[in-house]
Write a protein that binds this ligand. Structure first.
Ligand code: ADP
Ligand code: MG
Length: 287
């Protein structure tokens, strides 16, 4: 077949919903041997549903109220699911000082009380005596004025084409697929097993995601390239560090789209194998 030029390669990719921000990235895609993914919003839909409510020392309604007010000002998909499950009007005037702590959760003053909503890291950092919950789901622990008030289990779904996307990458010769996530080990391992990923790292802070990418770079040849695929504000530093950063353009955050070298318009992970395939068919015309 006649090789596409880099110029028409970029045009062809864009017609297929893959925006490539420069011919150097199209070129780099040809040499990718490792594809690293974020989990939430990238391999999973990033649309959570509350599946369990376990109130301790307060009523279920009160627990949901604390949780909803804590999450009212957050754009995180976890927050949206909790506000949706509460399903009542929120009086935002009742919310005082508010802090969103990346990869931990929320600390907020609600009705004069300090409410924490987040993972085990958040509870530990605030010396809350909580009961660890073992569920295949993301657990949001709630504490009010330092006292444990219960937990919510929320679940996300794997995107319809994620499994095929990973299989396709293997078919076109990608050596290693990896997932990095701030979510808990149980959820991460279940997703990795379902998708047949080669490696999985869980409970990561945003900085630790960058460290993992650095680890992956250790002792590698110059030629083989690493792709990172992500969607969140937290993913921007990793997107910038990878040889080729790929962002989900549909539900992805502006910061991720900005930091990325390639943008997948329809959020389907199978587009990554397509982009690599296009780059392999493309060659520079030497005059
Ligand atoms: P991922 O790496 O899967 O995209 P994040 O880094 O956004 O996930 O978040 C990691 C973890 O931090 C979540 O699984 C959750 O436990 C906690 N977390 C983050 N934001 C919130 C929030 N708004 N409310 C509760 N928990 C949160
Ligand atoms: Mg994410």
């Amino acid at each position: 077949s006649i090789p596409l030029t880099f110029f028409s390669g970029i045009g062809f990719a864009s017609k297929n919903g893959v925006l490539i921000k420069g011919s150097n990235y199209l070129e780099a895609l040809r040499y990718v041997d490792t594809v690293v993914f974020d989990k939430t919003g990238t391999l999973t839909k990033g649309v959570f549903n509350v599946t369990k409510v376990n109130a301790v020392n307060v009523s279920k309604d009160e627990l949901m109220e604390y949780a909803a007010y804590a999450e009212a000002n957050s754009n995180h998909p976890i927050a949206k699911s909790i506000v949706k499950a509460y399903n009542k009007n929120l009086d935002l005037g009742k919310i005082g000082e508010y802090e969103e702590i990346a990869a931990h959760g929320i600390k907020v003053n609600y009705n004069g009380k300090t409410v924490l909503a987040g993972n085990e890291k958040l509870m530990k950092a605030n010396n809350v005596k909580y009961t660890p919950v073992s569920e295949t789901g993301t657990v949001v622990y709630i504490a009010v004025d330092g006292k444990y008030a219960g937990d919510l289990v929320i679940s996300d779904e794997i995107k319809a084409d994620s499994k095929e996307a990973i299989a396709k990458l293997k078919q076109i010769g990608i050596k290693q697929t990896v997932m990095l996530t701030g979510d808990n080990k149980k959820v991460a391992d279940a997703v990795a097993a379902e998708l047949k990923l080669d490696k999985v790292y869980s409970n990561l802070l945003p900085d630790e995601k960058v460290e993992k990418i650095e680890e992956i770079y250790q002792g590698r040849g110059e030629k083989e390239k690493v792709v990172f695929v992500g969607d969140g504000i937290n993913d921007a530093p990793v997107l910038a560090r990878a040889d080729v950063g790929i962002a989900m353009g549909g539900l992805g955050s502006d910061a991720a789209i900005e930091a990325a070298d390639v943008v997948i318009m329809n959020d389907e992970p199978s587009q990554i194998a397509k982009a690599i395939a296009i780059s392999k068919k493309t060659s520079r015309i030497v005059w």
